[in-house]
Design a protein around this ligand. Structure first.
Ligand SMILES: *[C@@H]1O[C@H](CO)[C@@H](O)[C@H](O)[C@H]1NC(C)=O
Ligand SMILES: *[C@@H]1O[C@H](CO)[C@@H](O)[C@H](O)[C@H]1NC(C)=O
Length: 372
């Protein structure tokens, strides 16, 4: 907020005198597109459609854009945002389908809209000023080294003999059949779950309601202190919930990217959880899995395997802070390249974690050698 005021003041001081007849709404235009608002809106829309725009109509996209405009902007900028949605939905849809990055689409949209060079210059100034999250400048090599270090110090992780997997058959996302009659985890040494962080996490699970939109029950104060993630979201959903618990959203399972949670669900009859096969696997390191949970399908949910809850939280936080949106965070676990993808969502001008999940990188000889 301070940055907006600052930018507005600079703008008024520098330009207002020389351009006294500047139409008044243009100041508002500055508040809209700066701080990458356009990118954020597009990323939220991507998130809504799981970045799959096959079969999406321009009209559906327009409605989604409307909702995001209203959530993130107000006044004149909101109207402008609606106007862009009205005029350019077919064009934006085409670019989304072609895999054009949000950044490129926004650049185009904003350039189209900004007929005044002056506003464009101010926009650049505003961008430089407005970092909603402090800049976290870190090189790819440093991220990789940090991930390796986190792995080394993760003493609470499962030893290889403590977790045995039964992957069963390979499957693809569009296949709805069950390629895995048995459970994924054939054996887990449950003494792991008596370690404090695992125990806290397992206790937390009962506090969340799977259906987004239902306010979670209050937790006790001591639990609340330990509940890092709750601070990250609206009352009914949060980055923590999305990643570590999982939610039912629009008739599908959204999120759920943790192996301890997977194990707990798989072994709780009342959850009605069924593993249906893997789409990608990397030994005992990570996998993308298909499953149903209480009748709802997850086509490919990826998890790291055997890592401690604190490791996942540390790795994901590091990656979210340094490589959100169009950048992936390229790390390695026991020689296996992995990418961590994360998206932010904006609510009331604040950045929240939308989703974070791992994707397998290419399989390397080192990955094979270390994980026989
Ligand atoms: C994208 O969506 C279409 C239609 O909803 C579906 O047929 C297709 O399998 C999806 N693709 C992926 C990669 O999920
Ligand atoms: C099983 O799940 C239900 C919620 O569906 C929960 O109340 C219960 O505590 C869970 N049981 C165990 C053993 O975790």
């Amino acid at each position: 907020m301070q940055c907006l005021i600052l930018v507005s003041v600079i703008f008024v001081l520098v330009f207002a005198r020389s351009v006294p007849t500047f139409p008044s709404p243009t100041i508002d235009v500055l508040i809209g597109p700066n701080c990458h608002m356009c990118e954020v809106i597009l990323n939220n829309v991507r998130y809504e459609y799981h970045n799959n725009f096959t079969g999406v109509t321009p009209d559906q996209l327009r409605k989604s854009l409307y909702i995001q405009c209203d959530l993130n902007l107000n006044g004149f900028t909101d109207e402008e945002c609606h106007r862009i949605a009205d005029n350019d939905s077919p064009d934006i849809l085409q670019q989304l389908q072609a895999g054009t990055s949000s950044y490129r689409i926004c650049q185009r949209e904003l350039l189209l809209k900004m007929r005044f060079l002056l506003i464009f210059l101010s926009f650049l100034v505003a961008l430089a000023w407005c970092q909603r999250i402090p800049k976290f400048d870190v090189s790819n090599a440093e991220l990789l080294a940090m991930a390796k270090k986190l792995r080394r110090v993760d003493t609470n992780r499962a030893r290889p003999d403590q977790v045995k997997l039964n992957y069963q058959k390979h499957t693809v996302t569009r296949d709805d059949s069950d390629a895995a009659p048995a459970k994924l985890f054939s054996k887990v040494d449950t003494s792991l779950f008596r370690k404090p962080s695992y125990e806290l996490y397992l206790n937390l699970m009962d506090n969340f309601n799977r259906q987004t939109g239902i306010i979670e029950p209050r937790v006790s104060q001591s639990e609340e202190k330990n509940e890092v993630g709750k601070a990250l979201g609206r009352p009914d959903t949060s980055g923590f919930e999305h990643v570590f618990i999982g939610e039912a959203k629009n008739g599908e399972i959204s999120g759920m990217h943790n192996w301890v949670r997977f194990y707990a669900l798989e072994n709780n009859r009342t959850e009605n959880f069924d593993y249906k096969g893997f789409t990608v696997k990397r030994f005992n390191i990570m996998a993308a899995l298909k499953f149903t949970w209480d009748g709802l399908l997850k086509r490919a949910g990826s998890i790291l395997i055997g890592t401690s809850p604190e490791f996942d939280m540390a790795l994901y936080t590091m990656c979210f802070l340094s490589r959100r949106g169009r950048e992936t965070c390229d790390v390695e676990l026991d020689g296996c390249p992995l990418q961590i993808t994360s998206f932010e969502i904006m609510q009331q001008n604040k950045v929240y974690i939308g989703s974070i999940y791992p994707t397998a990188g290419r399989i390397t000889d080192e990955c094979r050698a270390q994980n026989r």
